[in-house]
Design a protein around this ligand. Sequence first.
Ligand code: GLC
Ligand code: CA
Length: 558
Amino acid sequence: MALAGDPVAGAERAGDPGAGADWWRQAAVYQIYPRSYADANGDGIGDLAGITSRIPYLASLGVDAVWLSPFYPSALADGGYDVDDYRDVDPRLGTLDDFDRMIAALHDAGIRLVADLVPNHSSDRHEWFRAALAAAPGSPERARYIFRDGLGPHGALPPSDWQSIFGGPAWQRVPDGQWYLHLFAPEQPDLNWDNPEVRADFVRTLRFWSDRGVDGFRVDVAHGLAKRLTDPLPSTEELAGLGPGAHPLWDRDEVHDIYAEWRRVFQEYDPPRTAVAEAWVEPDRRARYAHPEGLGQAFSFDLLEADYDAAGFRRIIADNLAFARKSGSSTTWVFSNHDVVRHATRYGLPVPADGGPQKGREWLLSGGIEPALDRERGLRRARAATLLMLALPGSAYLYQGEELGLHEVAEIPDKDRQDPTFFRNAGVEIGRDGCRVPLPWTRDGSSFGFGADGAHLPQPTWFGAVSVEAEEGHDASTLSLYRRALALRRRLQGPEELRWRDTDRASVLAFERPGGWCAVMNFGPDATPLPEGELLLASGPVADGVLPPDTTAWLRVR
Ligand code: GLC
Ligand code: CA
């Protein structure tokens, strides 16, 4: 790989994480799925002490913040997104003391911590839900959740025909005959956000973690909390035609009253705590979540969902910058997380023969038919796309393992699968376990350095070759690319602006950032001349002033 100088050596640290209220605006945030990161006590499950032991790695990677997926006590019906207690640590992951040690060590390394908050639903083991089951219909205990009588003789039919996101009915019957709503798994009863007790308790939770030094929150299913449930309830068919703001379950305007209250809590802290919404809403409704008087930032999944295509990328980038100006927030970018097939794999799957959109087709991996995956092409494109993303204004969210160029693990035996989507959609959806396999740290060993004794999801043999140990010190490795890119980004990142540059080819995107640097991405299929300038970094081999297909380069242009 062509390189100019060694940006890692000249990189500046993020500095004191206490300083700077705007740290989040262009942060590189690295998502850790704690049960699959590093296992310190050898029980096969990643833990907080394991994360703490890897902080030197995180620092050398050069991320500004860690987003920690749920680490709360949980039966793991949905990978920890079924929370038993919002103000404690899962004993299998450690203790509150371990949490304090971890956050102190992160802060010492100049890395901030964003905690995942799951307010739409608790788990069915939460003390409130247990109390609700023990209490009678109509009781205040039941009013913290969404209980309804059923339809038909003896109320034997669910209150509506709604399906849960994970498949199967969205209502579950309890022994006295009532039904409760769960938009996700039955072990995840939806909380009733019209109930002041629910609101007050989450404010307490926000303060609990903020007081412990948590710098921000990733808000799970942020578009789901406010609901308007009429009697009778509309049918799925009736819901289908409803426009934005009119749906009783998703993206209701009242949800922003909740976030306005949270914002007042965030502002009590110095620096103010931040939040990023996971809100699967129409792009033009995203600004409401990202508003400075609301959560402050929202994920954009537009690039993640897009086909590998220059024109599509350009439109999405331009639109998202415009949305950010509208909300006053910064843009966000993400290609991979714990819910989707890793982008190295998505980009290596065959383009549908009918020419239809790639979106959703990544689930071709399901159903037992593994399509021909072009691993090299996928990784080449993923590296190029990531280098483009890291040159954009705004925050970049990275998912553990993508810095190693990991592919999705398709070869998990059914008996080892954990994701409820797999069990609730038998034979149709394979679920999300393939991106949640514990990370390979070393070339070999029982769990490739993840822990002393095995991993809770089986790792494939090819993991050794893409382990941290195997990639460490290799110029051409994906790990080296991420390190260089993150270090350079820290030095180059200026105002949140970009200016498109004209290219002669529709398959080449180029833009310039303030401070005189530019990024060029060649989506292929032909090599293209590089613009004039000093080459800073490239996602693949660049020689003789030519940018090969599926490659991105950064250049100093002034
Ligand atoms: C979010 C999480 C996902 C989880 C769901 C229910 O989409 O990212 O992992 O299953 O919410 O909490
Ligand atoms: Ca462990």
